[in-house]
Write a protein that binds this ligand. Structure first.
Ligand SMILES: Nc1ncnc2c1ncn2[C@@H]1O[C@H](COP(=O)(O)OP(=O)(O)O)[C@@H](O)[C@H]1O
Ligand SMILES: O=C(O)[C@@H](O)C(=O)COP(=O)(O)O
Length: 425
């Protein structure tokens, strides 16, 4: 199997978001969980998205995992590798976007790397290097309260500079709107001044198409699904792939019970839970009790066990920023995040043991922990529930075929949970 496009995603929801965009734009795509075991039979595809859980680990761990994935992708023919980051540039001054991008650049022999988290379909645009989330600059958006990586600066040139060894520049909208030749010239001019990482503005899909065209001429790029769209369209335009991806039979029924597990504290998820509460049983976990022992997990499993055969249930650790801050000031940010992810993943695994075969997980880190515990090796990409969130069908899963949706915290409309379940039978 030779692939045209390789991607390394820094979390699992981000991976399914990108795989969804690539599929919608004509690439047959598979999402693997880590580097797949050689015994796993992967389908014949144009693109592989390797999901890693490296957004919130140390920079050196992230670099090691990403460079290993890069080698694996190159060995399978990937001429271009996209490092998929969050469209809200989730990271801290310690990394990991800068260190991983620079390591992938070094592995590919140097040159310039375009970096753009723009994803206009989801309201993420970049202008003069500033990232906007809907109508708000990043630092005024709900991302300012993210439990693991609160974002306090919308100027991505500054943010990336703080994480990188090399100089960071800007390919601005004026150059991009003037088309590939002008954007290329701007990038070349930056390179002569020693800039190796270039934040790229993008507001409209046409900007992404321009970015995709020039990114494809280079071995590495860093960005969110918007850049994926540009790369996929450039590949299809180049005639190198057939452009015939379909998502049709991926959602054939799997049976079993259905459940939702949420660990995202994003504003969108909190609203979706409120709305779902009107039509489904929802158990709100007590974070204090989760931190102090296994009783809360056992109680949640028993609560779900009593209800699951009657219809879908939701179990959520999600809480408002004030509650999250209180817990973090008592136990520390990483320790509380990790303990809650462990709890939600144990609950998800226990639900699957009890016959759940249709599972929605809300939250990037939360999804990563759950999919790892379930030991699911890979996913095929089905139709889209909401921008950035497809239905996934497991490949090579030991419990048999399952349908999942891994929802990025910030994605989906108010009725996302009902909409997801309606597409999974
Ligand atoms: N009540 C809570 N208090 C503190 N942290 C929490 C709480 N509920 C969930 N978390 C943690 O918050 C983090 C949310 O991150 P993530 O799952 O990536 O969601 P998102 O997709 O919204 O970023 C996880 O580490 C999760 O364990
Ligand atoms: O690019 C995006 O916004 C998403 O694909 C993504 O990575 C979101 O991360 P989480 O909110 O942590 O799921």
């Amino acid at each position: 199997m030779a692939i045209s496009l390789g991607s390394i995603a820094d979390d699992y929801t981000g991976a399914s978001d990108l795989a969804n965009t690539l599929t919608k734009n004509g690439l047959r795509t598979v999402q693997t969980v880590g580097i797949p075991d050689p015994s796993l039979a992967l389908p014949d595809v144009d693109a592989v998205v390797v999901s890693l859980k490296i957004r919130s680990v140390t920079a050196s761990e992230a670099v090691t995992a990403a460079t290993e994935a890069e080698r694996w992708l190159r060995q399978r023919g990937a001429g271009h590798v996209l490092y998929k980051i969050c469209s809200t540039f989730d990271s801290t001054d310690a990394g990991n976007i800068g260190p991983v991008t620079e390591a992938l650049r070094d592995a590919a022999g140097g040159g310039s790397v375009l970096v753009s988290p723009a994803f206009p379909e989801a309201g993420r645009t970049v202008y003069l290097g500033h990232l906007f989330v809907g109508g708000q600059p990043l630092n005024e958006s709900p991302l300012k309260d993210h439990p693991l990586n609160p974002m306090h600066d919308s100027n991505l040139v500054r943010v990336l500079t703080r994480q990188s060894r090399g100089a960071v520049g800007l390919v601005d909208l004026a150059a991009i709107a003037a088309g590939p030749a002008a954007a290329r010239a701007r990038l070349d001019a930056l390179r002569t001044t020693g800039v190796t990482l270039a934040i790229a503005d993008a507001i409209f899909e046409t900007d992404l198409e321009t970015l995709g065209e020039i990114a494809l001429e280079m071995p590495v790029a860093t960005g969110a699904s918007g850049l994926g769209l540009g790369l996929a369209r450039a590949l299809v335009r180049s005639g190198r792939i057939s452009g015939g991806a379909t998502a049709e039979d991926i959602i054939r029924p799997v049976g079993g019970f259905s459940a939702i597990v949420a660990g995202s504290c994003s504003k969108a998820t909190l609203r979706q839970l409120e709305v779902a509460e009107r039509s489904m049983p929802v158990l709100r976990l007590d974070p204090e009790r989760l931190m102090s022992g296994p009783d809360e997990i056992a109680a949640a499993i028993s609560w779900a066990g009593d209800r699951i055969s009657a219809g879908p249930v939701i179990i959520a650790a999600s809480a408002e920023p004030e509650t999250v801050s209180r817990l973090q000031s008592q136990y520390g940010r990483e320790a509380s995040g990790h303990a809650i992810e462990t709890a939600t993943s144990l609950i998800a695994a226990e639900l699957v043991e009890r016959g759940v075969r249709r599972l929605v997980v809300a939250g990037g880190e939360t999804s990563g922990a759950a999919v790892d515990r379930l030991a699911i090796p890979a996913f095929l990409i089905g139709p889209e529930i909401a921008p950035g969130v497809p239905v996934l069908r497991t490949v090579g899963n030991r419990q048999g075929d399952m349908l999942l949706a891994l929802k990025s915290g910030n994605f989906g409309g108010d009725d996302f949970f009902a909409a997801a379940l309606a597409m999974m039978h």
